[in-house]
Design a binder for this molecule. Structure first.
Ligand SMILES: Cc1cc2nc3c(=O)[nH]c(=O)nc-3n(C[C@H](O)[C@H](O)[C@H](O)COP(=O)(O)O)c2cc1C
Length: 349
């Protein structure tokens, strides 16, 4: 069995125990693929989360992923939330109307994620990104996810500047693409819901764009079924961003219905199979809304992917590429399996 994130150990332990790259036969996925317009060998990428540092990026690059997103980093060191950080839940497909999910004894494909976006000190992650880009094969793309760290009394411009400094450091260290997280359901500060604040989103996207020049910029957003909200978001960030990655997760509280919910009653993002349908529907919705505008944003499909069919669902909905998180942590060989079934399906058709 190949090594993977060990949920019974701490975040720090996992940070320090990244596996070495492996030798594997990687089946090709026939087709012309791009990520933010950059040529890649497949539509398969890893979302912000599983790749805690450069060694984790190299490990998954050896397992058939072409776009590696370095886990969200900040302008200052930040510790991880206390355990549990990954709590399996019992549920079918979510649509965002759920208020409480029950904990499951076993992983059935979906879990509540509670890390709080920890980050190494910038000195450390900047050096590590440089180290990573130097070792990553030239045909693989390194995307770095960044978030602003809001301080009490900060203006939106100060938050935007904090996002921008992280983005600038990331590209100075060699990132091919920057992803800004506008959607962490597990923090209660305004950066967590930026995608629902069109003016704030515009200011941050514009400030980051000014800091990174022509480097592709992905904005990661959360779940939204509100057409007006999506329309406003596209109008706000469309001139600055290259792509939107969706959906981060669907947020609910977790715990027995007759007791106080876990995590002190705060919502946590549910990731994995349960959000697949809603995320694909969101890509389709956003694509249709954009069709009535002059914007030309690209979409990165995220949420609940573990088969080639799941990837195809996103591509059919209008996505340029996909990112996986939960599935790669449960089965590090998932990209190889997806590639094998893509190759045989495409040969048959
Ligand atoms: C362990 C873990 C850590 C995550 N950390 C981050 C993060 O730091 N930044 C971020 O934007 N999203 C984070 N996410 C969300 C993922 O990027 C992704 O949006 C989500 O897991 C949905 O994809 P999935 O269904 O394939 O897991 C994390 C997810 C997981 C499972």
């Amino acid at each position: 069995m190949l090594p993977r994130y060990n949920a019974s150990r701490s975040y720090r332990w996992n940070y320090d125990h990244a596996p070495d790259p492996v030798e594997r036969e990687i089946p090709a996925i026939p087709g012309n693929w791009t990520f933010c317009g950059l040529k890649v060998d497949s539509p398969l990428g890893i979302a912000a989360g599983p790749l805690l540092n450069g060694k984790w990026c190299l490990y998954y690059a050896s397992l058939g992923f072409d776009t590696l997103t370095y886990k969200t980093v900040r302008s200052a060191r930040r510790g991880c939330y206390p355990p549990p950080n990954l709590l399996p839940v019992e549920c079918g497909s979510l649509d965002g109307s759920e208020s409480r999910l029950q904990v499951s004894k076993n992983m059935q494909g979906s879990w509540a994620v509670s890390f709080g976006m920890p980050s190494a000190d910038p000195e450390i992650w900047r050096r590590d990104i440089e180290w990573t880009r130097d070792r990553l094969p030239a045909n693989k793309r390194l995307c770095v996810s960044v978030v602003g760290t809001v301080q009490p009394d900060w203006s939106m411009q100060q938050l935007a500047d904090d996002y921008a400094i992280c983005a600038k450091w990331a590209i100075e260290s060699g990132a091919d693409v920057v992803e800004t997280n506008f959607s962490c359901p597990n923090v209660d500060t305004c950066d967590g819901q930026l995608f629902q604040n069109a003016n704030g989103a515009r200011l941050v996207a514009q400030t980051v764009r000014a800091a990174i020049g022509s480097v592709p910029l992905v904005i990661k957003i959360g779940h939204s079924t509100d057409k007006a909200e999506i329309h406003n978001l596209l109008a706000s960030v469309g001139d600055h961003a290259t792509a939107l990655a969706m959906t981060n997760s669907i947020a609910t509280t977790v715990g027995p219905s007759d007791e106080r919910p876990l995590f002190e009653g705060q919502k946590r993002g549910i990731c994995g199979k349960a959000i697949h349908q809603a995320s694909v529907a969101q890509v389709r919705r956003v694509d249709r809304i954009q069709a009535d505008t002059k914007q030309q944003l690209r979409w990165i499909g995220v949420g609940g992917i573990d088969t080639f069919r799941d990837v195809q669902d996103y591509l059919d909905a209008g996505a340029e590429a996909c990112q996986l998180a939960t599935a790669v942590m449960c089965d590090p060989e998932v990209a190889i399996k997806i590639r094998a079934s893509a190759a045989s399906e495409r040969t048959r058709s």
